[in-house]
Design a protein around this ligand. Structure first.
Ligand code: HEC
Ligand code: HEC
Ligand code: HEC
Length: 326
């Protein structure tokens, strides 16, 4: 028994010394030209696959992914955030990217082996030591679905054309804000001050969005004021008539601690809150859930106003605001 223990201790010691030598003397060749030792790639890939399967959301939690606006939004993000490594669908990748170890698979191949829930985990989390980046902000798994909707359309061979990744300035912003509805907000109903403040908040991360953080870092910071001016409301929108019905009643209600939605969003004074009348319904639903769930908290009164809303309230209010003043 003692002899067995002694042998194990000696072997353990030799193993540690060997590992220390590999690390300390640089014996493992990290050159990407020679690739991994046999077996190492297999270990890494198997670990990756099992790690993703273990952690991905359940397949039942995948939302509907066939909305054309959602797919177009995903395509817009993919064009500047992913295509430089995985290429556009069916396009060749650059020689430099193909020399990465591991090399990013061409997108048609990358999507083939994974289900939507697994793709969502990969795109939100990235993969350490491979070059595959994580989503730029935390707690926004909701907006990652746009990219997954685009990836699923690649699987079905129905992917729309991506906007060109070389667009700059207003044409770049317009590729999402001009052409896509649903989850992409309309900007031309807001004041320039509000729009500029949002761009700053996306850049610092105070307002978390991986999609807009990417967009805000692709234009010079000192062009924010000019972009905000270009997209803002002109001439000033006429005051809409708030209307009647269950949505209007909720919007007028308020609580003991918080004023009614219409006190800040009624359009009287844009400095009290952004305009919601005529905004896209899907965008309003998504933002209200983020405020309700505490992901957005950069305005204390707005956060308090949303805290106790039920999902049904959120749908009723969003339908109401989207429908007024168009
Ligand atoms: C800097 C380069 C780079 C960028 C940018 C990048 N990826 Fe990757 N991606 C990789 C690498 C490298 C891998 C890992 C390949 C491996 O382990 O075999 C990977 C893996 C993946 C996989 C898993 C494929 C597989 O079977 O291994 C998917 C899906 C994927 N990326 C999608 C995306 C999407 C969507 C984006 C944009 C949001 C993106 N990637 C951005 C480099 C990149
Ligand atoms: C890939 C599509 C895409 C591009 C490109 C894009 N946006 Fe956005 N934008 C979005 C989405 C999606 C949101 C909502 C993000 C969120 O959840 O906060 C948004 C939100 C905004 C908001 C906040 C609006 C509000 O009502 O609070 C502003 C301001 C904005 N974008 C301006 C711009 C400007 C300026 C550019 C160009 C530099 C730009 N965007 C480029 C998709 C895009
Ligand atoms: C005390 C004023 C106040 C009240 C009350 C209030 N809000 Fe807000 N709300 C704001 C402000 C200010 C913002 C913008 C915060 C920021 O991002 O700078 C905002 C943002 C929003 C947004 C996001 C708009 C966009 O373009 O991104 C929605 C949606 C919204 N509020 C809906 C509501 C609803 C519905 C209610 C009632 C349940 C409500 N708000 C009550 C002040 C208020």
């Amino acid at each position: 028994m003692r002899r067995v223990l002694l042998t194990l201790a000696v072997l353990g010691g030799l193993g540690l010394a060997g590992a220390a030598a590999v690390v300390g003397f640089g014996l493992y060749n990290v050159s990407a030209q020679v690739g991994h030792l046999p077996g190492v790639s297999w270990v890494l890939h198997t670990t990756f696959r099992n790690s993703v399967s273990l952690r991905a959301l359940a397949p039942e939690e995948v939302p509907p992914l066939d909305d054309p606006d959602l797919i177009a939004l995903g395509a817009g993000h993919y064009a500047t955030a992913c295509a430089m490594c995985h290429g556009a669908p069916g396009e060749t990748q650059s020689a430099t990217v193909r020399a990465m170890v591991p090399a990013p698979p061409p997108i048609n191949e990358a999507v083939a082996h994974w289900e939507a829930n697994e793709l969502h985990w990969i795109v939100e989390n990235g993969a350490k030591m491979t070059g595959m980046p994580a989503w730029p902000v935390g707690a926004r798994g909701d907006e990652v679905w746009a990219v997954i909707a685009f990836l699923e359309s690649i699987k079905r061979d129905t992917a729309p054309r991506m906007p060109s990744p070389t667009l700059t300035g207003t044409a770049y912003c317009q590729s999402c804000h001009g052409d896509i509805g649903g989850p992409v907000p309309q900007l031309d109903i807001q004041s320039a001050e509000y729009l500029e403040a949002q761009l700053d908040a996306y850049l610092t991360g105070e307002r978390p969005s991986g999609i807009m953080a990417q967009a805000a870092t692709r234009v010079p910071k000192d062009s924010f004021a000019e972009l905000a001016e270009a997209f803002s409301a002109k001439p000033a929108n006429p005051d809409p008539v708030p209307g009647e019905g269950p949505g209007a009643a909720l919007a007028r209600q308020g609580t003991r601690d918080v004023p009614a939605c219409l006190a800040c969003h009624g359009g009287q004074d844009p400095s009290k809150g952004p305009r919601l009348f005529g905004q896209n319904e899907a965008y309003l639903v998504a933002q209200l859930k983020l405020w309700r769930d505490g992901t957005l908290d950069h305005d204390a009164l707005m956060a308090a106003a949303a805290r106790d809303l039920t999902t049904e309230d959120i749908k009723t209010l969003s339908r109401y605001f989207a429908g007024v003043g168009r």
